[in-house]
Ligand binder design. Sequence first.
Ligand SMILES: [Zn+2]
Length: 304
Amino acid sequence: MTTSANLTCCITFDFDAMSSWLGSARSQNPSMISRGQFGAVAVERILRLLDKYQVKATFPTPGHTAFAYPDIVRRIAAAGHEIAHHGWVHENPAKFTPHAERDILLRGIDALETVTGERPLGYRSPAWDLSPASIALLAEMDFIYDTSCMGHDCYPYYLREGDLASFDEAYQFGTTIDLVEIPVSWGLDDFPLSEYVPGYMQGHCTPSQIEELWRGDFDYARQHAPGGVFTLTLHPQSIGRGNRMLMLERLLDYFASHEDVRFTTMLDYARQWRDANPLAEWIASNPDLCGNRALGQNNGDGAN
Ligand SMILES: [Zn+2]
């Protein structure tokens, strides 16, 4: 439908390092922070594994991480992987004013550009939190895609800005814009499944449990979503532990054993999908995902 492969695998590694403990957990506890530091150790073994299977992956990276580990981030980019925007210090955008959120986005862009020499074109929000202003800000800054939302499982879609969500009135769809969403899922994220965070997250699923979950979603996508995308969200500080690395290798081996499956960066996939699905045509083909306003059709109150 949209690409030559039946299914595209986008394997992503959120290189949070210390920033998630500083920005999300608001902790300066050296022990907690060292959990992020392990991510820098793990990236090297992840790069070797990706090279073995000739997988090009995407590394959403906070600006804070890029400045803490510039050589590692440059090595990731030099190996042909994509560096995407992942906030400045893994802060939740919803906790800031639109003005402050814009500053955070610009700070992250500047840090990645300084370290890699390239402006990021993909964005993943820290912990997948977005503010009501986020989507418009991403469009304003010419991002090609976002990967923080869950409105589909196997196919990308175009995001809307200006939705009005009220507890008392019908949902108001905003305008569908030229910003591709490559959807994610908590069930396809290693962190909540694996990691123990005292008082917050139980984690501790076994690798075999996680492997079963992810293989099942991969099999479904391959069998039922031609041209679709299967996305894993991994974290070096979590997936990089020994037994999980063995599980990841088994999975890559399984994914790669299918001739109709390919691996690529999110940016590469987003560009191909956008070229194959121009915005106006996609809106016309997907009215239920856009709300009738986007089509200019009367939705009951005369507005369009
Ligand atoms: Zn993160």
